[in-house]
Design a protein around this ligand. Structure first.
Ligand SMILES: [Fe+2]
Length: 271
């Protein structure tokens, strides 16, 4: 068993935005293909890939078929959670390999637990149907408490779409995790071995602390949200160099998070 894990986190590809998206300046399908090719080219090769939601723009079966085709070149395990733009049921049917939903998952939610390389991976479904914000209800929190108890004393990584903390980007804070955050923080703190929480939704790289554990929000592999911390600022998309999050986890030192740029800015130069 490997003592360390390299985890590529890709988020918010929004497949299905169409050719006129952002004035024709963002082809999300091409962006996902480039990100996947980037992951496949990394040395050392990541041990697994996590997708933190908004796989599609409208949650349609044809969009998930495009996602599945884009992910096909990846030889390592790929696990995904849905975001507010997804339809969790359609996603599960189309991406069964990426969403091995637990038999005891509450109310059909896309929650599951897999183990890889000495790390427990717990997927949480924060989707509130037809709403941009997220929530964790009593059933999901109960399932999480039970699952964490089964992993007591062992390292755990949680991944989910909606971040549970505000960032100062008010338009996004208004549609983050709006219920269940305090209970989630208490469960994380009570377990004591949660190595981190990985989220999406914000389309920006953000680091926080939550329940005594590091919390990382990955950028989108496509379009970003403009970094605008002015009170009342309107929501804007921003085209920035595409990047993914690359997490190196070791049992001794925990989680170390890098950003890995999909585009090349010239060759490495000797120093
Ligand atoms: Fe998104």
């Amino acid at each position: 068993m490997s003592s360390s894990l390299l985890i590529a986190q890709l988020s918010d590809p929004h497949i299905g935005t169409g050719p006129g998206f952002l004035g024709g300046r963002m082809d999300t399908e091409k962006a996902l293909h480039r990100a996947v090719a980037h992951v496949a080219s990394l040395q050392p090769r990541p041990d697994l890939v996590l997708l933190t939601g908004d796989l599609t723009e409208r949650g349609r079966a044809a969009e998930y078929a495009t996602v599945a085709a884009a992910l096909a070149p990846l030889p390592m395990p790929v696990y995904a959670v849905p975001g507010n733009h997804d339809d969790p049921k359609v996603a599960r049917d189309a991406l069964r390999r990426c969403m091995p939903v637990a038999d005891d998952a509450p109310g059909g939610a896309c929650c599951y637990h897999v183990r890889q390389g000495g790390l427990h991976l717990i997927a949480l479904d924060t989707v509130v149907p037809r709403q941009p914000h997220g929530a964790l209800g009593a059933a999901q929190l109960g399932w999480l408490a039970h699952t964490l108890e089964a992993c007591r004393g062992e390292p755990v990584l949680i991944f989910m779409h909606h971040p549970p903390l505000p960032t100062g980007i008010e338009a996004m804070d208004a549609c983050s995790l709006m219920a269940g955050g305090d209970e989630l923080a208490a469960l994380v703190r009570g377990h004591g071995q949660v190595q981190g929480l990985l989220c999406g939704h914000l389309h920006r790289p953000v680091q926080m602390q939550f329940g005594g554990a590091p919390l990382h929000v990955a950028p989108s592999v496509a379009h970003q949200i403009a970094l605008d911390l002015r009170p009342g600022a309107a929501l804007h998309a921003q085209l920035e160099p595409p990047k993914i999050s690359l997490h190196r986890w070791t049992p001794v030192h925990g989680l170390c998070t890098h950003l890995s740029y999909v585009e090349a800015f010239g060759p490495a130069l000797p120093l």
